[in-house]
Ligand binder design. Structure first.
Ligand SMILES: Nc1nc2c(c(=O)[nH]1)N[C@H]1C(S)=C(S)[C@@H](COP(=O)(O)O)O[C@H]1N2
Ligand SMILES: [Mo]
Length: 447
C-alpha cells in the first residue's frame, strides 16, 4: 500500500446487530464525530482532514503498542483437546440469525449466513445458512440407508459404509436458496446483507458422484429421463433432477469443508446439485428413483414456481442465474471517516464461472472492473475486491456480475419487466447500498 493510501485509509464500523452492542456503537460514533470535528477545526481540505482523523486513531493506538499486556508476559492456555475447537470469544456476535423480515410459525425455519463478516469464498460450517421445512434431525449414520430404485437393472440399498468405500470427489460449490433476496421483489428493504443475501453459502463437498451410483445400478439409458431425490425428514422433500444433470456434476455427499456434514445440513448424506436452487439439494437423502417423467411433487408443482406477469406459472426453474453483492460496505455498517476503502463482495452463477464483476459507486452511471480473487471456479462463489476513496459525499455502491455464458446481472427494473413483481424465487438483480454523508450504509433500490 502506498504512503498516500496509508494516510487516508478509512475504517468500517460493522453492522451493529452483528458485532457490537449499542453502547460500543455509540462510543465508536462519538469517537468518529470527535475525529471529524478535530479535522474540520484544522480547516484542512477533505483528504488532509481524513488523514488527520486517521493520525488521531494511530496516536491513540501507540499507547497500546508500548504496553505489555498479560498475554505477552504470562503463560498462555494449554492445548484444546476437550471437544470441538471454537472461534475467538471476540467473534461471538458473528452468528447465523433469523431475519427481521420473516414471521415464524412454530419455530424459525431459516437462519441466515453473516456474509458481511466472512472472507474469501468458503463458508465455515458453523455459519452455513439453514432452511428446514420440517425441522432438523441428527440421524444415526449406522442406521441410515440410501435406496436406488426405479428404471435400474439392479435396485440397491446402500449403508454409509458402502457409500464411503466408493471412489469420491471433493468440489467447491455454492448453494443458494431459490428464495434468497425475495423481499427485494416487493422493495422490502431488509437492513443488512445477512438478510438480503444470506441464504447463500459455499463449501467444499466430498462424496460419490451421482453418475457413479447410477452406472453401478445400471440405469436405463433409453427410458431413464429423470431422477427423484427423497429426504428422510418429515418434510417429504422430493425433487426431480434431469438425467443429464444427474450424470453431469451432482454429488451424493457426506462431507463439507473437510468434516462430516453438520446435522442441520443433512447429516449423514445430502445431494449436491451444483448451480441449482437449494431446495433440490435434498438433505438426509434416503432414496433415488430413476423414472421416465418429471414427478411434479408438491415442492415443484405448488411451491418453487415463478408467478409471471401474465398470470401463468413457470415450473422447474431451478438454475440460479448470475448474481453478485457487495458485502462490505453493506447495509447497517458505518464508514467512520472519508478515505480509502477496499470494497469487497461475492459473485456466482449457476451456469458456469464468473467472467467479470463491475462496481459502481454512483448508482450505476460509471462502472469500474473489480479484481477477481482466485480461485475462480464454476458454480462456486467468487470473491471480488476494488479500491475506492470515499470523498464523504452520498454514494450508491453496486456490483454487476457477468458469467462465462456472457449473461449480465440485470437491474431490478429490467428483471421486473420480464418477471413482474409477484415472484418469490430467483431474484438476482443488482443490489444497491446507499452511503449517507454521515457514513451510514442502507439498502435502497435504483431503477
Ligand atoms: N430433506 C430436506 N432437504 C432439504 C430441505 C428440507 O427441509 N428437508 N430444505 C431445502 C431447502 S428449501 C434449501 S434452501 C436447502 C438448505 O440447505 P441447508 O439447510 O444446508 O442450508 O436444503 C434443501 N433440502
Ligand atoms: Mo430453499
Amino acid at each position: 500500500m502506498s504512503k498516500e493510501l496509508s494516510d487516508v485509509i478509512g475504517r468500517v464500523l460493522p453492522a451493529p446487530e452483528h458485532h457490537l452492542n449499542a453502547e460500543k456503537l455509540e462510543q465508536a460514533r462519538k469517537a468518529r464525530r470527535s475525529f471529524m470535528g478535530k479535522a474540520l477545526a484544522m480547516g484542512a481540505g477533505a483528504a488532509a482532514s481524513a488523514a488527520a482523523a486517521t493520525r488521531a486513531v494511530a496516536a491513540e493506538g501507540e499507547d497500546a503498542i508500548l504496553k505489555l499486556p498479560a498475554h505477552t508476559t504470562g503463560l498462555g492456555q494449554g492445548v484444546t483437546t476437550d471437544g470441538y475447537g471454537k472461534p475467538s470469544k471476540w467473534e461471538a456476535n458473528l452468528q447465523r440469525r433469523e431475519s427481521p423480515g420473516l414471521t415464524r410459525v412454530q419455530q424459525a425455519s431459516v437462519s441466515f449466513t453473516p456474509l458481511q463478516g466472512l472472507f474469501g469464498i468458503i463458508t465455515p460450517n458453523g455459519l452455513h445458512f439453514e432452511r428446514h421445512h420440517q425441522g432438523w434431525w441428527d440421524i444415526d449414520p449406522s442406521k441410515h440407508r440410501l435406496m436406488i430404485n426405479g428404471l435400474v437393472k439392479r435396485e440397491r440399498v446402500f449403508t454409509m459404509d458402502d457409500l464411503m468405500r466408493l471412489p469420491s470427489v471433493s468440489r467447491i460449490h455454492f448453494i443458494e436458496c431459490g428464495a434468497n433476496s425475495a423481499p427485494e421483489w416487493g422493495n422490502v428493504a431488509l437492513p443488512a446483507v445477512q438478510y438480503t443475501h444470506g441464504m447463500l453459502s459455499c463449501c467444499e463437498y466430498t462424496g460419490v458422484l451421482l453418475s457413479t451410483l447410477l452406472e453401478m445400478c445400471g440405469y436405463d439409458k433409453k427410458k431413464g429421463k429423470h431422477v427423484l431425490a427423497e429426504g428422510a425428514d418429515g418434510s417429504s422433500m422430493t425433487r426431480t433432477i434431469d438425467i443429464e444433470r444427474a450424470m453431469d456434476d451432482c454429488i451424493v455427499a457426506w462431507a463439507m469443508n473437510g468434516e462430516m456434514l453438520r446435522p442441520e445440513n443433512g447429516y449423514p448424506l445430502r445431494l449436491v446439485v451444483p448451480g441449482i436452487q437449494g431446495v433440490s439439494w435434498v438433505k438426509y437423502l434416503r432414496r433415488l428413483e430413476v423414472g421416465d417423467m418429471k414427478w411434479a411433487a408438491k415442492d415443484e408443482a405448488i411451491h418453487y414456481i415463478d408467478h409471471m406477469p401474465d398470470g401463468t406459472h413457470r415450473q422447474y426453474t431451478g438454475i440460479q442465474e448470475c448474481k453478485s453483492v457487495i458485502t462490505t460496505p453493506s447495509g447497517s455498517q458505518t464508514l467512520l471517516d472519508k478515505g480509502f476503502y477496499n470494497v469487497t463482495g461475492l459473485a456466482w452463477s449457476g451456469r458456469g464461472s464468473i467472467k467479470r464483476v463491475d462496481v459502481s459507486t454512483d448508482g450505476g452511471r460509471n462502472w469500474r472492473t473489480a479484481r477477481l480473487e482466485g480461485p475462480v471456479l464454476p458454480k462456486a462463489l467468487t470473491r471480488f475486491n476494488i479500491d475506492w476513496v470515499w470523498d464523504g459525499k452520498p454514494a450508491i455502491l453496486q456490483s454487476r456480475a457477468i458469467d462465462s455464458t456472457g449473461y449480465v446481472q440485470p437491474k431490478i427494473n429490467q428483471l421486473r419487466a420480464v418477471r413482474g413483481t409477484r415472484s418469490i424465487y430467483h431474484q438476482n438483480a443488482i443490489q444497491s447500498w446507499k452511503v449517507a454523508e454521515n457514513g451510514e450504509v442502507s439498502n435502497v433500490q435504483v431503477y
